[in-house]
Structures are given as C-alpha cells and as structure tokens.
Design a protein. Structure first.
Length: 256
C-alpha cells in the first residue's frame, strides 16, 4: 500500500534559527496526523512546507496523485501545485479571514472553489453551496449574506465548507479551533470529526491543544525546537509519554 503523503527529511532554516529539521513520516489514506508543541516548536513551519506555502531547504513531500501516482510536490510547477491545492488538497487556517473572502457572499465563497476546477452551471453551483452550508450547520437562508456578518465560529465553518466542496483527499489544518470560545470549539471539533470520518479524509492538524489532538488525531508527533522528539498512536503518546518534553506538556494540561 502506498502512503497518501510521504514527508522525507524536510528541513527549513531561517538563518541560524531552525524552523524544522529532518522531519519524516508517512500519512496513510483516511488517517489523521496531529502535530503538537509549544509556540516556536516548528509545527506551523512544517505544515507550511508540506502544503507548499513555503519551500523547504531540503527534503521531499511526496503525494500520491490520482493521475501520476507519487509525485514530489516540492518539485512541482507553481500552476500544478495551485491546481492540487484546489482539488485534492485543502487548507484550513486558524483565522478564517485568511481562508474566506469577506466581500463575497457565503454561497459565492463555496462556489468560487467549484468554479476554479471548471464548474460553470449556476444552478448546480448554488445547489452545491446550499448543500455544503447545511453540512457545516449554516442556515441556507444565509447563502447570500457576507461572512463579515457571521460570528467567528460561522466564519470557520464557512471556510471548511469552501475547502471541502471539491472533495479533497488531504486537508491541512493550522490551529482550526484557535481563538474560538470553548463552547464554539466543542461544536466545531464535533463537526470536523464527523466530516473527516464520513468523507474518509486524511488530515494533518497542527495544534497546541492536546485535547484537540486527542479528539481528532489517530497518530501524534511532538515537536520541540524544530525536531520531532516523540511520535506514536495518540492515546499512547498522551497516556504514557516517554520524552521529558512530552511529559511536561501533558503535565501542564493536567495541572490546569
């Protein structure tokens, strides 16, 4: 069986500062990988390298494409990588304003991604947008409203609908519940978990919140100073941490 994503020796430096160093792992179809660590641990840098937002200094990010099989996305042309990002990949930002166009209606936000992959029939696009707004628990009556009138939680759910409407196989999530109230976080996490399972999505989720990682991730990587210090099944890592840094992370949560 071929992994959906194979990260091989990915390294990114900013002068003397190490963003991430020699990170490798395989992600399998239908699997969710969590990446945890404190601010500055390198987890967001690694995610940006994987998603093609920044170029690594070394390493490969091999994705099992539908048409050509495994391809190193680091070596892809920019147009090919942009098309991949619109079709088989999706990226959910921590701040929905980074992933949603505030001046475009909710339906237009979802429809834009469909149009980017060739959809042209207005009725079909609007029907798909209506369907997806329902899936993320946004009332269909808000389809023509602009996201600026939505709450933060609704904006995040709209970003998810915009990303998933094209049926991607891999979703990158950067602190998807960060900045939301606890009650809103719980609702969003429940929604994400349901969508991931029903659609058979693979996902890489970066978070500093171990509770989020436990709920969503099948496996976990713990990062410190740009390096992976521990990895394994999520419950195993969190219930029986082996590395001193992981033990401190888990203990800090228990003390709250």
């Amino acid at each position: 069986m071929t992994p959906l994503l194979a990260v091989q020796g990915v390294t990114k430096r900013y002068g003397r500062h190490v963003g991430c160093l020699d990170v490798s792992f395989d992600l399998w179809p239908g699997e969710v990988m969590g990446i945890v660590g404190e601010s500055g641990s390198g987890k967001s840098t690694l995610l940006a390298c994987m998603a093609g937002h920044i170029a690594p200094d070394a390493g490969r990010v091999v994705f099992d494409t539908r048409a050509e099989g495994p391809v190193d996305t680091v070596q892809m042309s920019e147009p090919a990588r942009r098309m991949l990002a619109r079709t088989d990949w999706a990226f959910v930002h921590q701040n929905p304003r980074d992933g949603v166009r505030m001046g475009v209606s909710a339906g237009g936000n979802v429809g834009e991604r469909l149009m980017a992959v060739g959809a042209r029939h207005y009725g079909d696009i609007r029907a798909a947008a209506t369907d997806w707004l329902g899936r993320v628990e946004i009332d269909a009556g808000r389809i023509d409203d602009r996201p600026v009138t939505f709450s933060g939680g609704m904006q995040q759910r709209l970003q998810i609908a915009r990303n998933l409407v094209t049926g991607p196989r891999l979703v990158f999530m950067d602190e998807p519940t960060g900045g939301l109230d606890v009650s809103v976080q719980a609702r969003l996490l429940d929604l994400l978990r349901g969508l991931v399972r029903r659609m058979g999505l693979s996902a890489v989720i970066v978070t500093h919140d171990l509770a989020v990682a436990r709920l969503l991730a099948d496996r976990l990587m713990v990062m410190k100073d740009g390096r992976v210090v521990e990895a394994g099944l999520t419950d195993q890592v969190l219930d029986d941490p082996q590395h001193g840094y992981t033990q401190l992370l888990v203990a800090s949560v228990l003390q709250v």
